[in-house]
Write a protein that binds this ligand. Structure first.
Ligand SMILES: [Zn+2]
Length: 119
């Protein structure tokens, strides 16, 4: 798998450093099985997947193979999708459930130019 981490993801991981190990563990699990583990989001968050780290605390990511097949890459503005290998997973953000769902700018997280290879 080709894993990418947005600036926001890395910053939030620092903010919630007490669960850093748990997050890394979940990232590894998602990397093994991004489709069957994640829950596809609906409505204006269509194209994104969420996965709980613990109760009420979630990771949001994209899996390029799937977002392209479904045409979600245009909805989520996964702009460099075409340049990314099929097996690219983009980790976009993480945080408490309510905080994530209130985010209006979540789609901006999918835009290129702010991803890191290493966590
Ligand atoms: Zn994509």
């Amino acid at each position: 798998m080709n894993l990418l981490f947005s600036d926001t993801f890395v910053e939030n991981l620092k903010k919630f450093s007490s669960i850093k190990a748990a997050v890394k563990n979940k990232v590894d699990m998602i990397a093994e099985n991004p489709i069957s583990l994640g829950e596809p989001l609906k409505g204006n968050l269509r194209g994104f997947y969420s996965y709980p780290v613990r109760k009420n605390f979630i990771i949001i990511y994209l899996y390029c193979d799937i977002c392209r097949k479904k045409g979600d890459n245009e909805i989520v503005v996964c702009k460099d999708c075409i340049k990314s290998p099929d097996n690219t997973i983009k980790f976009l953000t993480l945080g408490p459930h309510d905080y994530i769902y209130k985010l209006k700018a979540i789609k901006k997280l999918a835009e290129p130019g702010e991803s890191k290879k290493e966590l």
